[in-house]
Design a protein around this ligand. Structure first.
Ligand SMILES: *Cc1c(COP(=O)(O)O)cnc(C)c1O
Length: 367
């Protein structure tokens, strides 16, 4: 079986260093907001090129707390509209509704599956106050156009960078392209902890200060609470794991790019549409092909020993959680959800296995 992602093998590569780092934390006697978190925040801010990084409990909370901080600072208020791609992972949308802001779903660009600048422009109203572009599958959204639109209309931009650690455009990395960015270090992400973790990056002093308090009960100083905050801290063990793995991120991205190139060069089947690819802006968190007979192709690959996944099978507006949107129509989004299939890609997937997947894809013919 060629697995979609062998997480155990991914972390085995660094086993000795991970064990040493965990041991260091265990022996330190200090488990929450200590030197490991401080050093990871510095390292990751430096990696992204931003002034600040604030570690939090997970990627969803990175997005929720950033929007909440903007509300506390007075840049957003209940009922403001936030533009978001209709085909994103549901977390991007949950972050908006959790703050009683109004998600405005827009159709993505049909080729890249990322937020469409044209559709964004068309969706702007007097109530629009922010845009939440998602760097889906690891490819940057069109941030140059999006920032331009934001500037013209005085909108905040929160990048959902959960899938795009290290993706860059003109040398500027994800996390440093908008006003703030939310990252996830869920174990399967390109930079993954060994549990839940997340972070926000920004260059904004006031936002960074507010977030530091919000994640820690609304407090900068013990037992002095200036906001109704929450507990959303990135613990020392996870920060230590991330400090080890951050050192290998660029190598891992290089391997993902090698696999992606092999798929792009090797797969040649009129039934399969390959993903659009724009240089360093893609770090290939997922290699997503499209096929009209997607379910059949997935079954065929499974029958031949290749595990694939679907990101994502149900569009957010078709979810029971957002019942009020179930009758809305987003044809591009719906066709993406019906056709996408993610092929195996990971830092430990061997090129022989990649070749096997390519050959199987080329031998596939729809029934
Ligand atoms: C993974 C992911 C999130 C949420 O991250 P968690 O750490 O699982 O909370 C948010 N947005 C996108 C696009 C993601 O892929």
């Amino acid at each position: 079986m060629i697995p979609f992602l062998d997480l155990k093998a991914v972390n085995q590569q660094y086993r000795d260093e991970l064990v040493a780092a965990a041991t260091r934390v265990i022996d330190s006697g200090w488990y929450i907001t200590g030197s490991e978190l401080e050093s990871f925040e510095q390292n990751f801010a430096q990696y992204c090129g931003t002034k600040y990084c604030i570690g939090v409990a997970n990627g969803l909370e990175a997005l929720i707390l950033t929007l909440r901080a903007w509300m506390l600072i007075g840049k957003l208020k209940e009922g403001d509209e936030v533009i978001v791609p209709a085909n994103t992972y549901i977390a991007s949308i949950l972050a908006i509704s959790a703050n009683k802001l109004v998600p405005v779903l827009v159709e993505p660009d049909a080729t890249t599956c990322n937020l469409s600048p044209e559709n964004t422009k068309a969706a702007i109203t007097d109530k629009t106050k922010a845009i939440l572009p998602v760097h889906l599958y690891g490819q940057l959204a069109d941030m140059i156009e999006i920032m331009d639109i934001a500037k013209q209309h005085n909108l905040l931009v929160l990048e959902d960078a959960a899938q795009a650690h290290g993706a860059s455009i003109d040398g500027i990395r994800a996390g440093n392209l908008g006003d703030a960015a939310g990252f996830s270090f869920y174990p399967g992400k390109n930079l993954g902890a060994l549990g839940d973790a997340g972070a926000i990056t920004t260059n904004d002093d006031e936002l960074a200060q507010t977030l530091r308090a919000l994640r820690n009960y609304g407090s900068h100083e013990k037992y002095k609470n200036i906001y109704q905050g929450t507990n959303s801290r990135l613990d020392e063990i996870q920060a230590a794991m991330l400090n080890v793995k951050l050192g290998y991120l660029d190598n891992e991205i290089a391997h993902r790019r090698k696999i992606a190139k092999a798929y792009l060069d090797g797969i040649d089947n009129p039934a399969i549409t390959l993903p659009a690819y724009y240089g360093d802006s893609h770090v290939w968190h997922l290699f997503v092909i499209r096929c009209e007979s997607r379910d059949e192709l997935q079954q065929y690959l499974a029958d031949n020993g290749v595990q694939t996944l679907i990101h994502y099978p149900i569009a957010p507006h078709k979810q029971q959680a957002y019942e009020q949107w179930n009758d809305l129509s987003f044809p591009i989004t719906e066709s993406i959800h019906q056709q996408v299939l993610s092929l195996p890609i990971s830092p430990v997937l061997g090129m022989n296995d990649v070749q096997t997947v390519i050959e199987l894809c080329n031998q596939y013919s729809p029934q």
